[in-house]
Ligand binder design. Structure first.
Ligand SMILES: Cc1ncc(C[n+]2csc(CCOP(=O)(O)OP(=O)(O)O)c2C)c(N)n1
Length: 375
């Protein structure tokens, strides 16, 4: 279904406020919202995590009496569960909200391992949380969509929540948004330089999305195996805590966390924990491309945030930044000799290689190989 028609139905429900975390499957919706309303404005706010989005939706309802639309990939349901159950639910405040959920890992379709279980339990989890669910497919007839929205309208009027779960390809749009930033060095090139600057026995924990895919392919390109890497294929925003957990247990090993700006803001509290732990063997790298590049490029809710200043304020002792290859080489050299806990912000361009592959080993194989390395 063309997203404009979908949004006409949303409009008919009196919904005029949108918030969420972007998803590649929902790119037609994300792009259209961005083209219409920009982001971080009165009508549309990109949230740091899906729980934030539910909070914003609640605030909007409290102020206006109108429900909001919250969009998310099904991976983010977990982040939303707490405020759905203990804020929106009819046994608490009874605040209505319309969710639009991208269904990764839908049963019967091939998808990456991190999406399989979540995909299996998506509808069940939403229903369990009291969110009535309607599935939108490519084949869903327009009158059926009309009936879904009519039913959603009834539920919202009763102070209840509803979700449209969107199957792959069910939403389409004619106009794609173009996202830009002023940086020139690609994330992949930056990661290549980081690998060159790191020790052969160092451990890498990389974040969800293309950073992990690039790290995997860079190892292949360098003729190395994957036994020193933990590819955090799901669990967006948790790579830093995984890296810290390893670093605390293995003080003799240098552990690099390759984080994204979207992932870093998704669970920004981790920055404070890591900085507070002040581990000399942990190096936290944030590749800041100002966007959720892996899922289409929508801005991260941190356009104004200065990650290096945040890192300093949180307590990291040695903080570096780099925006081009020469500066990155210099920063990496300085980082090696720097005292205390270390943080590096890399300003990266948007985009990635068209032929970027996906890890060819399973998460289990990845874990087993790394466990052997760590002993
Ligand atoms: C909890 C959760 N919400 C949303 C997603 C979908 N998702 C995967 S990667 C990604 C963007 C990551 O952005 P960032 O950390 O800035 O890295 P970039 O892709 O820009 O390198 C998103 C939103 C997810 N995997 N998990």
């Amino acid at each position: 279904m063309e997203v404009k028609r979908f949004l006409d139905h949303v409009d008919d429900l009196g919904i005029d406020f949108f918030t969420g975390v972007p998803d590649s499957l929902l790119a037609p919706l994300c792009d259209t919202l961005y083209l219409r309303y920009g982001s971080q404005g009165e009508r549309h706010i990109v949230a740091a995590n899906e729980g934030n989005a539910v909070g914003l939706a609640a605030g909007h309802y409290i102020a206006s009496g109108r429900p909001a639309l919250v969009y998310l990939q099904n991976s983010g349901i977990g982040n939303a569960v707490n405020p759905i159950a203990s804020l929106l639910h009819e046994q608490v405040y009874g605040i209505p909200c319309l969710f639009v959920v991208g269904w990764r890992g839908e049963p019967g379709l091939h998808d990456e391992p991190q999406h399989k279980f979540q995909g299996m339990v998506t509808v069940e989890t939403l229903e369990l949380m009291g969110v009535k669910t309607f599935v939108l497919e490519k084949e869903t007839a327009p009158e059926t969509v009309g009936e879904y929205f009519a039913r959603c309208g009834e539920l919202l009027a009763q102070g209840r929540c509803a979700a449209i779960v969107v199957r792959k390809g069910a939403l389409t749009c004619e106009e794609k948004a173009v996202y830009r930033n002023a940086n020139t060095m690609t994330r992949e090139r930056a990661l290549e330089l980081v690998l060159e600057g790191a020790g052969a026995e160092d451990i890498f924990v990389s974040t969800t999305g293309k950073a992990s895919r690039e790290l995997f392919e860079l190892r292949e390109k360098r003729g190395e195996d994957h036994s020193h890497d933990f590819l955090t294929v799901g669990s967006m925003g948790h790579a830093l805590m995984i890296a810290l957990g390893v670093a605390v247990d293995k003080p003799q090993r240098t552990v690099w966390c390759i984080d994204g700006d979207g992932a870093a803001v998704m669970h920004l509290g981790g920055l404070v924990i890591a900085a507070g732990m002040a581990r000399e063997n942990l190096i936290h790298v944030v590749v800041n491309n100002t966007a959720h590049e892996s899922v289409g490029g929508m801005p991260v809710a941190a356009g104004q945030a200065d990650f290096s200043a945040l890192a300093k304020a949180a307590g990291y002792r040695s903080v570096f930044q780099a925006a081009d290859e020469a500066a990155l080489r210099q920063a990496l050299a300085a980082l090696k000799a720097a005292p205390g806990s270390r943080f590096l912000e890399i300003h990266a361009a948007l985009g990635s290689r068209k032929d970027l592959g996906r890890p060819t080993t399973t998460p289990r194989e990845n874990l087993d190989a790394l466990r052997k390395t760590l002993g």
